[in-house]
Design a binder for this molecule. Structure first.
Ligand SMILES: Nc1ncnc2c1ncn2[C@@H]1O[C@H](COP(=O)(O)OP(=O)(O)OP(=O)(O)O)[C@@H](O)[C@H]1O
Length: 920
C-alpha cells in the first residue's frame, strides 16, 4: 500500500468495500476505474485502457467515463449482470485542503436498478432473497422501481423453491449459500443473466424501522429472517431509506394455482418456447392494457390464477359488465392512455431521484383520475363502482405540482429553470436581479459599440473568465487607452474586462447561484412532500392497474369471441367448442377447428389421445390448460360454453427436446418431473402428458408410460390428458375404468392424408409418421426406404404371428432386429452378440404379462444391434461363445422385477445396464 500515491491508497481502501462490483471512483468530471476493474471495464464497455502513475514505479491500468454520460455505461454493465459501486467526492475540492473525502454512495446491482434502459418498458425487475430457518424456506421478492415487496414461505422443498423463483424471473438472487447453490444451475428465468450473491447478514432493526413492530410481530420467524436479510443487503447497497417500500405483501403458496416453470413455459404463458419472445405468448395475446402498472398486474394474474371461487367470480363479473359496454371501454381506455407508469414515478419520488419531468408526468396522470372515477362509478359493474368510490383523487398533490413546476422543466434538477414564477417570493426577486443584470449587459454592449465605434464588438461569457468584451484584432487600435484590461488573446480577437463589467458580473452570478440553490431546495421540499404521500399514490396506482386489467380482459374477450366460464366446485370439466387462443389467432378466420372437452369423476377422467404427428394433439391438450388458467385468473375463455372446476395445479409434461438443462437428458428430466407429479398431484389437479416415454427405447418408454397412466388412474384420481405415439397403449381402456381412447381424426384419400383436427372417440389406427416425414420434405429415397422397412416388418410380424409383440413393435430399426431374430429369448439373441465391439449395442427390456406358450410368468429379453453405417440391423455370425459379461447382464435383466420398480428406479436400472454394455 505504502508505495502508492495517497489517491490510489484512498481508492484501494474504498474498493475493499465493493469487491464484487466495479468501483466508479469520482475524480473531477470523470468516474475512473483502476487495476482489474479498469482492464475488465475497458473490454466490456469498449473504452480505451490507459495507465496512470500511482507510485511504485509501474503504471496502473486505468480507464474512465465522463460523469455526465455515466448512466449509459453503468447500465451497460448492469445489463451484463455486473454491480457498480458509485464513489463520490464528499467535499468540495475547491475549498478542501489536502485529499477530498470520497465514499460509496450507492451500489447499483441488477436487482436494485431504478432508472435507465435496464428496466424494460413494462415488466418488473425483481431481486429475490432466499433464506431457510427451522426447516422452512422463505422467499422475498422486491422490485425497488415499483415499490412491490412480496414475502412467502413453505416447508423445505427444492421443487417449490424453483417453481416460486421461476415466477419472478429475478435479475438478482441473494441469500442462503446452500439455497443459491441449489437453484443456480437449473434456473428457468428469462433472457437476462441472473446475478447471484451469497449473503447471510441480517438486520431485523431495519425491517422494524421500515414497517413497524406490529407488522414485524405478525411475520413467522422464517419470514422475519428473510426480510431482515433482504433489508440488510438493500441498506448496504442503496445507503438511503427506501420510502417506496411501504408495504410487505405476504401470501401463502397454496392460495394460488400452482404452475411450475416447465408448465408455464410449455403452455407459453408469458413467452414462447421457440425464441422466448413475448409475441406469440398467451400474455401478449390478452394484454390490451394501456398502462405499465396494468400490464404488470395482468402478468401477476397469469402467474398466479386464483383458487377462491368468489374472488374469481368477482373478477369475471367486472369483465362481464365491461364486455357488453363497447363505448364505456373506449372511454376508460382513453383516460388510461394518458396515465404514466405511476408505480415507477412514485418509486423515484420516494427514492429521491425523480426530476421535474417526473413530477409533471405525475401531474398529467393525476389529472385523468376524476374522469376515470366518473366512468367507473357510472359503469354497471359493482366491482368497478367499488374501486372508484374508494379511489383517492390525490388532486391536492396534483395542485402542488401544478403550482410549483413549470410546464417544460429541464432534465437536470440542479441547473434551475424548474420552479414556476410566483411560487416563491425570494426566488422571484433573485430571478429579477439576474434578468435585470443580463439586460444591463445587453445594454452595455450597445453603449460600448457606440462609444468605440466598433460595430462587431460583443460581450460574451465563459466559465473561466466570466463576462468579457471581445474585439477583433483589426479593431483593437480603435479602443480607447486605459479603460480595458486585456484577459485573453485569441487568433483573431482580444478579450477584455472592465471594473464595471466585473461588478455587475458578481451580482448576476451570485443571484444565479442563489437562484439555483433555492430552486433545488424548493424542488426537494416538494419531492419530499410527495414522498410523504406515497401510500396514497401507490394505492391509486394499484387501483388504476386493476381497472386497466378489467378493461383489457373485456376488450380481448369481446374481440376474440371468448365466453364467460362457469366456475364450479364440482369435479367435472365441460367445454363446448374450446379453442387454443394463440394458435387460433394466427390462423386465417374460421380455419381453427374447435373441440369439446368432457372430463368427469368416473368416466372419462383420463383421455388417452392418439393420432398422427401434426394432427393437433398438443394444441388440443394445451388449449384445455389455457382455458382453465384463463378462467381462474378471472378472464373469459375461448369456447362456446365452459364449465370449469377449480384446479389446484396444472402439471404438464411435454416431451419436447428443448428442455435440456443442467446437463440432464430430456428423459432424465421427464422422469424426475413425473416423480414430482406422483408426489404432488391431487384429485383437483390437471395432468397433461404429451408423448410420454419418448426419450428412451420403445419398449421401455411404453412400459413406463403404461405404469404412469395406471398410477394416475388408480392413485391420483385427477383429470388427465395423455397423448401418445404408442398406439398399443389403447388397450388400457379395457383395464382402466375411467380412461377413454380418443384420437385426432384424419381422412385418407388415396395417397393423401388430411388432418381434420377433430377430436373423436376411439384410438387412431395408424401414426402416419412417414406421411408427415414427406410433408416435411424429406428426400424421396429416405421415404421409400422407410416404407420398405415397414413392409418388411409387417411381413415378418405376420410370419411369426406374435400377438404379444404387437404391443411393442414399431417401424424402427431396433425392433426389426428383435422381431427378425429367430426367437425372442436369450439363446436366440446370443448369436447377435458376437464380435461386435465396434458396434452400438442397444438393449431393451420388456416384461410381458404372461408368456402364452409356457403359461407362466416369464421375462423376455431383447438385445439388438445396430450397424453404425446405415442404422440397419445386421445379423452377425452365430458361432462364437457369448462374452461372460454379456451373460451376466442378461441374467440380471431376466431376474429384475421391472414392473414393481418406480419409473425412476426402472430407468436408473436400465441405464446402468446400458452403460455396462457400452463399456464392454
Ligand atoms: N384445432 C385445430 N384447428 C386448426 N389447426 C390446428 C388445430 N390444432 C392444431 N392445428 C395446427 O396443426 C399444427 C400441429 O398441431 P400439434 O402440434 O398440436 O400436433 P400434434 O398432433 O401434437 O403433433 P406432434 O405429435 O408432431 O407434436 C399446429 O401448429 C396448428 O397449426
Amino acid at each position: 500500500m505504502a508505495q502508492y500515491t495517497p489517491m490510489i491508497q484512498q481508492y484501494l481502501k474504498v474498493k475493499e468495500q465493493a469487491q464484487d462490483a466495479f468501483l466508479f471512483f469520482r475524480l473531477g468530471d470523470f468516474y475512473e476505474m483502476f487495476f482489474e476493474d479498469a482492464t475488465l471495464a475497458a473490454k466490456e464497455l469498449e473504452i480505451t485502457l490507459t495507465g496512470r502513475e500511482g507510485g511504485g514505479g509501474e503504471k496502473i491500468p486505468m480507464c474512465g467515463v465522463p460523469y455526465h454520460s455515466a448512466d449509459n455505461y453503468i447500465h451497460r454493465l448492469i445489463e451484463k449482470g455486473y454491480k457498480v459501486a458509485i464513489c463520490e467526492q464528499m467535499e468540495d475540492a475547491a475549498t478542501t485542503k489536502g485529499m477530498v473525502r470520497r465514499e460509496i454512495v450507492r451500489v447499483i446491482t441488477p436487482g436494485t436498478v431504478m432508472e435507465g434502459k435496464t428496466l424494460g418498458d413494462k415488466s418488473n425487475n425483481y431481486m429475490v432473497c432466499l433464506t431457510q430457518k427451522n426447516g422452512m424456506i422463505a422467499i422475498s421478492a422486491c422490485d425497488l422501481s415499483t415499490g412491490e415487496l412480496y414475502l412467502t414461505s413453505a416447508l423445505y422443498s427444492e421443487k417449490w423453491l424453483k417453481d416460486e423463483i421461476g415466477i419472478y424471473e429475478p435479475s438478482e438472487i441473494l441469500g442462503d449459500t446452500a439455497l443459491i447453490h441449489t437453484v443456480k444451475s437449473e434456473l428457468m428465468t428469462g433472457n437476462r443473466p441472473v446475478t447471484f450473491t451469497d449473503y447471510e447478514k441480517n438486520k431485523a432493526d431495519l425491517v422494524i424501522e421500515q414497517f413497524g413492530e406490529t407488522v414485524w410481530a405478525r411475520l413467522g420467524e422464517e419470514r422475519q429472517h428473510c426480510l431482515a436479510t433482504l433489508f440488510s443487503y438493500l441498506h448496504e447497497t442503496q445507503r438511503r431509506s427506501l420510502g417506496q417500500l411501504t408495504e410487505v405483501s405476504t401470501y401463502e403458496p397454496d392460495n394460488y394455482m400452482i404452475l411450475d416453470p416447465f408448465t408455464r413455459r410449455n403452455l407459453e404463458l408469458v413467452e414462447t418456447v421457440r425464441d422466448r419472445s413475448k409475441k406469440g405468448s398467451l400474455l401478449s395475446l390478452i394484454d390490451k392494457t394501456e398502462t405499465s402498472m396494468g400490464a404488470r398486474m395482468l402478468r401477476r394474474w397469469i402467474d398466479k390464477p386464483l383458487l377462491q371461487k368468489n374472488k374469481i367470480e368477482e373478477r369475471l363479473d367486472a369483465v362481464d359488465k365491461l364486455y357488453h359496454q363497447f363505448i364505456l371501454r373506449q372511454d376508460i381506455r382513453e383516460q388510461l392512455q394518458e396515465i404514466y407508469d405511476l408505480e415507477r414515478l412514485v418509486g423515484r419520488i420516494a427514492f429521491g431521484n425523480a426530476n421535474g419531468r417526473d413530477m409533471n408526468a405525475l401531474k398529467v396522470s393525476l389529472a385523468r383520475v376524476p374522469a376515470l372515477i366518473e366512468l367507473c362509478l357510472n359503469s354497471p359493474s359493482e366491482t368497478l363502482q367499488k374501486i372508484a368510490s374508494s379511489l383517492d383523487h390525490c388532486s391536492d398533490l396534483k395542485e402542488l405540482i401544478e403550482e410549483a413546476i413549470v410546464d417544460e422543466p429541464p432534465v437536470s434538477v440542479r441547473d434551475g429553470g424548474m420552479i414556476r414564477e410566483g411560487y416563491h417570493e425570494h426566488l422571484d426577486e433573485l430571478r429579477y436581479a439576474s434578468v435585470n443584470g443580463k439586460r444591463w449587459i445587453a445594454e452595455l454592449e450597445a453603449r460600448e459599440r457606440e462609444a468605440t465605434g466598433i460595430r462587431s464588438l460583443k460581450i460574451g461569457y465563459n466559465k473561466v473568465f466570466g463576462y468579457y468584451i471581445e474585439v477583433t484584432k483589426s479593431n483593437v487600435a480603435s479602443l480607447p487607452e486605459g479603460r480595458y484590461e486585456r484577459k485573453q488573446t485569441l487568433a483573431n480577437a482580444e478579450r477584455y474586462i472592465t471594473p464595471e463589467l466585473k461588478e455587475k458580473e458578481t451580482l448576476i452570478l451570485e443571484a444565479e447561484e442563489k437562484m439555483m440553490g433555492l430552486e433545488y431546495s424548493l424542488f426537494i421540499e416538494l419531492r419530499d412532500k410527495l414522498a410523504g404521500e406515497i401510500k396514497r399514490l401507490q394505492r391509486l396506482a394499484e387501483q388504476v392497474a386493476e381497472i386497466d386489467v378489467y378493461q383489457s380482459l373485456a376488450t380481448v374477450s369481446a374481440e376474440r369471441g371468448f365466453v364467460k366460464p362457469v366456475i364450479t366446485d364440482a369435479f367435472d370439466m365441460k367445454i363446448k367448442q374450446g379453442r387454443h387462443p394463440v394458435v387460433e389467432s394466427v390462423m386465417r378466420d374460421g380455419s381453427f377447428m374447435a373441440n369439446d372437452t368432457l372430463m368427469e369423476q368416473e368416466d372419462p377422467r383420463i383421455l388417452l389421445i392418439t393420432g398422427p404427428n401434426m394432427a393437433g394433439k398438443s394444441t388440443y391438450m394445451r388449449q384445455v390448460a389455457l382455458i382453465s388458467i384463463l378462467a381462474q385468473m378471472g378472464s373469459f375463455v375461448p369456447a362456446a360454453q365452459a364449465e370449469v372446476p377449480i384446479m389446484d395445479r396444472i402439471f404438464t409434461r411435454i416431451g419436447a427436446g428443448d428442455d435440456l438443462i443442467g446437463g440432464q437428458s430430456t428423459f432424465m428430466v421427464e422422469m424426475a418431473d413425473i416423480q414430482i407429479m406422483t408426489e404432488k398431484a391431487t384429485p383437483r389437479s390437471l395432468i397433461i402428458i404429451d408423448e410420454l416415454g419418448r426419450g428412451t427405447s420403445t419398449s421401455e418408454g411404453m412400459a413406463i408410460a403404461q405404469a404412469v397412466i395406471e398410477y394416475v388412474h388408480d392413485h391420483i384420481g385427477c383429470k388427465a390428458l395423455v397423448s401418445t405415439h404408442f398406439h398399443e397403449l389403447s388397450h388400457l381402456e379395457e383395464s382402466l375404468s375411467s380412461l377413454r381412447n380418443y384420437s385426432m381424426a384424419v381422412q385418407e384419400k388415396e395417397d393423401e392424408v388430411q388432418f381434420l383436427r377433430k377430436l373423436i372417440p376411439g384410438a387412431a389406427s395408424s401414426s402416419y409418421g412417414i406421411y408427415v416425414a414427406r410433408l416435411a420434405g424429406l428426400p424421396g429415397s429416405i421415404i421409400e426406404r422407410a416404407n420398405g422397412l415397414i413392409h418388411e416388418t409387417m411381413g415378418t410380424m405376420d410370419k411369426h404371428d406374435h400377438e404379444k409383440n404387437a404391443q411393442v413393435e414399431s417401424a424402427t430399426g431396433r425392433e426389426q432386429s428383435a422381431a427378425a431374430s429367430e426367437d425372442n429369448t436369450y439363446s436366440g439373441l446370443s448369436s447377435d452378440m458376437q464380435g461386435l465391439k465396434a458396434d452400438e449395442y442397444v438393449m431393451e427390456s420388456k416384461v410381458f404379462e404372461k408368456a402364452e406358450e409356457s403359461a407362466q410368468d416369464t421375462e423376455v429379453v431383447q438385445l439388438s444391434i445396430f450397424d453404425e453405417e446405415d442404422i440397419q440391423p445386421k445379423k452377425k455370425a452365430a458361432h462364437a461363445e457369448i462374452d461372460p459379461a454379456v451373460k451376466q447382464i442378461i441374467k440380471k435383466l431376466k431376474t429384475a422385477d421391472l414392473m414393481n420398480m418406480t419409473p425412476l428406479e426402472a430407468m436408473q436400472f436400465v441405464n446402468e445396464l446400458k452403460k455396462k454394455v457400452n463399456d464392454l
